[in-house]
Design a protein around this ligand. Structure first.
Ligand SMILES: [Zn+2]
Length: 376
């Protein structure tokens, strides 16, 4: 008998929560940051290295995997966990967001979205039923409802119409998902930056009933102030005894602000993508390793960091391998960035557990305000 999906809150500090999500593939400590493994890999990282940074769960992308190598092929090869050698929990998105941002020749109807692949132009259909089928074929532990995220800017009427469609699709997702012990289905709240629509969406979702709830439609270019504005009230519309997931967030200060507002889970390509473009995230803010100031600098990126990039290599080396376009550049910086993100999450969890979140957040901002160490 598979372990039932569950969530328990162990401590709170203000609106912030520290807890544990239980799945049949292991526990997820919250607040959790999920690295993104778009095409069945967190780019430049071995799965065991991703785990070594402290990640309990990865995110996989339905849209990418359905097109290549296809969900059916992954299922024949034993499912996504086995295929990519990650035995711990995996959350998959529904494909809804990426089909709107990546695919061409999209046609949106009540049934779903018809589109052409951005890879080879082949024609496909995503609907709530097909998205549930694909995520089941992949073997995802946490499945996301198929929803529509309206392109911005949008009028209130457009956001309301789109939200209503997403709520009808949420019911169809729930019906198609069925009863799968050990696996979870999350609903996705929409409603843009309009409080009434967010509340209406939350009411529709809780009426259907899900194992967890995402706050969708944010981190799409509205800016941090508008996002925090929604997060000041939106998590409060959702049940306290279920995990709350903020999709596609974010920068370290976005993460801290979201946790302060009651968010339990987040994902973002930022730490891995930045690692491949010479950008490092540290407790002192962002460091551009491409900068010539690092050329002769024998010091580590962050002397307090215990990741392999900081323990074993100098800024001068990291600068050199980036300039020489060596693969190890992306590997080391991605490792550092993911390590930093997971250390931040551990710090947040510890602070919430000890009732010291305000002091932790103040120190976080103070250290960033200092900026990078002085050049030699
Ligand atoms: Zn490091």
């Amino acid at each position: 008998m598979a372990q039932r999906f569950g969530f328990s809150v162990a401590a709170t500090d203000g609106k912030a929560r520290k807890g544990v999500i239980s799945t049949s593939r292991g526990e997820i400590r919250t607040p959790a940051f999920m690295p993104v493994g778009t095409a069945a890999t967190v780019k430049a990282m071995l799965p065991e290295s991703v785990r070594a940074t402290g990640a309990d769960i990865l995110l996989g992308n339905t849209y990418h995997l359905m097109l290549r190598p296809t969900a059916e092929r992954i299922a024949r090869l034993g499912g996504l966990h086995r295929f990519m050698n990650w035995e711990r929990p995996i959350l998959t998105d529904s494909g809804g967001f990426q089909v709107m941002s990546l695919a061409s020749l999209r046609k949106l109807t009540e049934e779903g979205v018809r589109f052409s692949s951005h890879i080879d132009g082949s024609k496909h259909m995503l609907s709530p039923e097909r998205s549930m089928e694909i995520q089941k074929l992949l073997g995802s532990d946490i499945v996301m409802c198929f929803d529509e995220c309206p392109a911005l800017p949008a009028t209130d009427a457009e956001v309301a119409k789109s939200m209503a469609l997403s709520m009808r699709w949420a019911q169809r997702s729930r019906d198609a998902f069925g009863d799968r012990p050990g696996h979870a289905l999350f609903g996705i709240m929409q409603g843009g930056v309009t409080r009434d629509l967010r509340e209406e969406s939350a009411r529709a979702l809780t009426g259907i009933g899900f194992d967890g709830y995402a706050v969708g439609g944010l981190a799409v270019g509205e800016g941090q102030e508008a996002m925090f504005g929604v997060l000041d009230y939106a998590p409060g519309f959702l049940p306290e005894d279920k995990p709350r997931y903020l999709m596609g967030v974010g920068k370290p200060d976005d993460i801290v602000g979201a946790v302060q507002r009651g968010i339990d889970m987040m994902d973002c390509v930022l730490p891995s993508r930045s690692g491949r473009t010479g950008q490092a995230w540290t407790r002192r803010g962002q460091v551009n390793i491409k900068n010539a100031r690092h050329m002769d600098d024998p010091r580590p990126l962050d002397e307090d960091c215990t990741c392999p990039a900081c323990r074993n290599y100098s800024r001068a080396y990291l600068h050199h391998v980036f300039k020489a376009q060596e693969m190890i550049s992306g590997m080391l910086l991605t490792w550092h960035n993911l390590h930093y993100y997971q250390e931040l999450m551990q710090g947040l969890r510890d602070a919430i557990g000890a009732g010291g979140l305000p002091a932790f957040v103040a120190a976080f901002h103070a250290q960033r305000a200092e900026g990078d160490i002085e050049p030699l």
